[in-house]
Write a protein that binds this ligand. Structure first.
Ligand SMILES: *Cc1c(COP(=O)(O)O)cnc(C)c1O
Length: 450
């Protein structure tokens, strides 16, 4: 129950009486702990989506595996399953710990979504899933396929002919546009991507090369999404991928949790109350990290602790959850400009539903400055030879935020005794598609700050 309104919070921001809002307003890095976190068994029954929904999404992705293996050669190695490596990062953890002057945790792994096939970012999870769901629904309706059939036939002419009568529209800061654009165009859909001003030139060029129509906007992400939504409403036979409010995107991301469980098992890593899993997820509008975290809670319950990471110019989820206003407040409302080098996280207003769903599930959110993001890009390259974009390194300093948190804060999280035995996972959300000149520019900028 919250009775507070936007004007109430704007008065608080103006008066400077709330330490969290004050830190956000002044672009200071900060750690916010979620006071509404609750035992998972108590809340699971009230969640709007269930474990069976995640399993259903996983089964759908499995059905499409033969399509991917046939159509995208880089997916053959994993038999058409779009998945990324989970790598120990012993050198990175020491480099980051020394730089931030905190003790290094004994076990830190990096989930390399930067290396996901086809589109090189976490958007390959949710974005692909939503396109496949739409394609499957149309093909089933038209009687072109049954669920038991071999889905490799989605690459054949009758399917392309069907999809050429339909269009897909999305608004994006870049990476979602890439994922949706590449796969939809390959299936034969007509595709339009509305790009915000922060979207990189190379992403627009790459999409145009694939036959995607790119509409450029001079304003930020929310406007690109709104314009996309309006275009879709005017267009018959059109599906709008609504990054601000899509449960299918969310479920596509959530499947990652089932895959991660398998990878941890394969590596002999135990997760339980004494050996918790602490996961750090870069957050833009919230669907990607929220979906992954939602899946992780279903798989690991209270043994997993999920933190989101946002850039100091764009802390929309932290602002929305702390105030309880969710998407009814924007970072611009408290005077921030939403201009960040982390283009995948340049979102001023959080998702309509993710914050509410995550209210009892999330442990906390912290912010990272742009200078620290650049520096972390260089640290990740030098220590582990990883090519990560600025958005993708926001999870790296998470353990330092916990190490610096007071004893009281750690107790409130139930981590006072188990922190030394925890497994930390940094979700590295993107990078492989970034052209090498751009990556070198990020690196040089980071090196200069170390
Ligand atoms: C989109 C994106 C995120 C965050 O996902 P949201 O669903 O916007 O919260 C994180 N990292 C990268 C590289 C992204 O492209």
């Amino acid at each position: 129950m919250t009775t507070s309104t936007l004007s109430h919070w704007l008065a608080i921001a103006e008066a400077g009486t709330d330490p969290i809002i004050d830190a956000l307003k002044h672009s200071e890095e900060t750690l916010w702990l979620n006071p509404k976190r609750a035992p998972f068994t108590k809340v699971r029954g009230e969640l709007p989506l269930q474990f069976s929904d995640i399993e259903d999404a996983a089964a759908r992705l499995q059905r499409f595996a033969t399509y991917f293996a046939k159509t995208f050669p880089e997916t053959v190695a994993l038999e058409g399953i779009i998945e990324s490596p989970l790598k120990r990062a012993d050198k990175a953890v020491i480099a980051v710990a020394e730089w931030l002057e905190v003790p290094a945790p004994s076990q830190l792994l990096i989930k390399c979504d930067s290396q996901l096939p086809i589109s090189g970012s976490i958007k390959a999870r949710g974005g692909f899933y939503e396109v496949l769901l739409y394609a499957e629904t149309l093909a089933l309706e038209q009687g072109l396929i049954k669920q038991e059939d071999d889905y490799a036939c989605f690459a054949s002419e009758p399917f392309r002919a069907l999809f050429s009568q339909y269009s897909v529209v999305v608004g994006s800061t870049g990476n979602l546009g890439l994922s949706i654009g590449i796969l939809s165009a390959k299936l034969g859909f007509r595709v339009t991507v509305h790009m915000s001003a922060d979207a990189r030139a190379w992403k627009k060029a790459l999409l145009r090369e694939k036959g995607v129509q790119v509409v450029e906007h001079q304003s930020d992400y929310s406007v690109a999404v709104t314009q996309g939504r309006e275009e879709a409403l005017r267009t018959p036979r059109c599906h709008f991928v609504d990054d601000e409010d899509s449960t299918s995107l969310f479920l596509g991301y959530a499947v990652a949790a089932l895959r991660l469980k398998q990878q941890l098992d394969d590596q002999g890593i135990t997760v339980n109350a004494e050996h918790p899993l602490i996961v750090y997820l870069p957050c833009g509008v919230g669907g990607g990290p929220g979906g992954v975290a939602f899946g992780l809670k279903h798989v690991f319950g209270d043994a997993v602790h999920c933190y989101l990471a946002e850039p100091t110019p764009s802390p929309c989820m932290l602002l929305g959850m702390h105030t309880g206003l969710h998407n009814a407040i924007s970072v611009q409302d408290i005077g921030l400009d939403n201009l960040t080098c982390a283009d995948g996280l340049a979102v001023g207003r959080a998702s309509v539903f993710v914050g509410k769903v995550m209210e009892p599930l999330l442990d906390g959110i912290y912010t990272v400055s742009d200078d620290h993001l650049y520096a972390l890009v260089a640290l990740a390259k030098d220590s582990e030879d990883l090519d990560l974009e600025p958005s993708a390194v926001a999870g790296l300093p998470g353990f330092a935020h916990l190490a610096k948190a007071s004893q009281a804060k750690r107790e409130s999280l139930g981590l006072q005794n188990s922190l030394p035995d925890a497994t930390h996972i940094v979700w590295a959300t993107g990078g492989a598609m970034v052209p090498s000149e751009d990556m070198q520019a990020y690196y040089r900028q980071g090196k200069a700050l170390l």
